[in-house]
Each structure stands twice: as C-alpha cells, then as structure tokens.
Ligand binder design. Structure first.
Ligand SMILES: [Fe+2]
Ligand SMILES: [Fe+2]
Length: 235
C-alpha cells in the first residue's frame, strides 16, 4: 500500500483525537452543571414569572425604554387617526386608508410593548397625561395633507432612530424585547418609506431622489406661507 493511503496511525504520527475527546467530555460536564444550575434557579422566585435568573439586562432600564416607546406608539396612533379623520381634499382618498393602516400598526405596537412591560414587572403607560409627558415624539396634527404626511414621516424617522438605540441596548441581554423592537422597527421603516415615496420623486434607474422635483415641492409649500420642517432642513 502506498504511503498516501496509510492512516496517521499506520504512519506512526501523533494522534490528536484523544485531546478532542477529552475536551468533549469536559464540555459535556460544563453543560451538565450549567443546566443543573439553570433548572434549580428556575424553581426559585416563581412570582417573577418570565423574568428569570438568566435575564442579563437591567429590567428597570428596559421597562423605562418600553414605557417611553409605548407612550410614543399611543401618541402616533392618535395622530394617525386624527389625520385619517381630517384628510379631506381631493387627493386624500387613497392616503386616508394608509393613515388607518398605520394607526392599526401603532396600536399593535403599543399593545405588545404593554404586555412586555407587564412581563418585566412594570406598569404600562396608558394614562393620557403620562402619554403626553413621556412620548419621545411630539404630536403634530398640522394643517393640509402634505404637512400631515411630512409630520408623519418625521415622526417615523425619529421612532426608527429611537428603536435602533433600544435594540442596541438590549443586545443579547434581553432577547424578547429586542425581537419586539426589531419587528416594530421593520414596520416603522415601511411607514417612513410609504410617506417618503408619496412626498418625493425617485429616479427609476438609480433609486436616487430627483432633486429638481423636491425643490419645486419645497418652493410650493413656502409660497403657501407654511415653511415646512423639510424646507427648513433643506435650507
Ligand atoms: Fe409603531
Ligand atoms: Fe409607524
């Protein structure tokens, strides 16, 4: 038999598998001990419910963030409904449905954040005065359809940045809360995109904004005597 087909053992070389087998047993022992500790810890502090010893985040910090986020969701829910009721010009018909759809999404976010607050031992933010005080996004009812959509776009963008921060804070220390915010963030990004595509024109071949059309829109808003936030930001 050629040397090529001989095993390491036949060639008389050193045999590493003994070391990895030893490591394997060691790993198994470590996990056996860890699992045993986890099982024992889970039997203690039963009133804590879903908040177990393995939870690595600071529950008070996470509850405080959830409460603020929930306040923002309720405020956003009310803003969308207000825009739905008040959108009245000839272009409003299609946009009204979008206001309603978004309001329903924000309601769902507020509900899931409220449930998570309760799971972590906190109190959900449901009192009107607390919502007004704690919402990170100011309520903007505005006037005509365009300024309503602008206010909604800005609110969504502020919420996206806030939720990105919360996700980074949760990391892998609070996986449940992180996943709730990841889900909400995905929907807020969709909301922001819905408004941006209504307000601005994008080149079909590059995906970039067509600046000339944006300038026209901004000067149109300014001519009506309502300097928008976007016009201010663009200047
Ligand atoms: Fe939301
Ligand atoms: Fe949203």
């Amino acid at each position: 038999m050629s040397d090529q087909w001989q095993s390491d053992e036949q060639r008389g070389r050193a045999q590493p598998p003994a070391i990895s087998r030893a490591r394997g047993n060691q790993g198994e022992m470590i996990w056996q001990n860890r699992l045993q500790t986890m099982m024992q810890q889970a039997e203690q502090n039963l009133p804590d419910g879903a908040l177990t010893a393995g939870y690595k985040a600071d529950p008070q910090e996470i509850v405080a963030l959830l409460v603020r986020a929930q306040a923002g969701e309720w405020a956003s829910f009310l803003q969308y409904w207000h825009h739905y009721f008040m959108a009245s010009d000839i272009h409003s018909a299609e946009v009204k449905d979008l206001f309603k759809e978004h309001a329903e999404d924000e309601y769902e976010h507020a509900r899931m954040f409220g449930e998570r607050i309760q799971e972590l031992g906190g109190v959900p933010c449901d009192k009107p005065e607390d919502i007004a005080r704690l919402s990170p996004v100011p309520t903007e009812y505005n006037h005509d359809l365009r300024s309503m959509i602008e206010a909604d776009l800005i609110g969504e963008r502020q919420t996206i940045d806030f939720y990105d921060e919360i996700i980074r804070t949760c990391g892998f220390d609070d996986n449940v809360t992180r996943r709730l915010f990841e889900h909400a963030l995905e929907e807020e990004a969709k909301h922001a995109d819905d408004w941006a595509t209504l307000l601005f024109a994008y080149d079909a071949s590059t995906g970039k904004q067509i600046e000339s059309m944006h300038d026209e829109l901004v000067s149109m808003i300014q001519a009506r005597g309502q300097p928008s936030k976007m016009a201010r930001r663009a200047s």
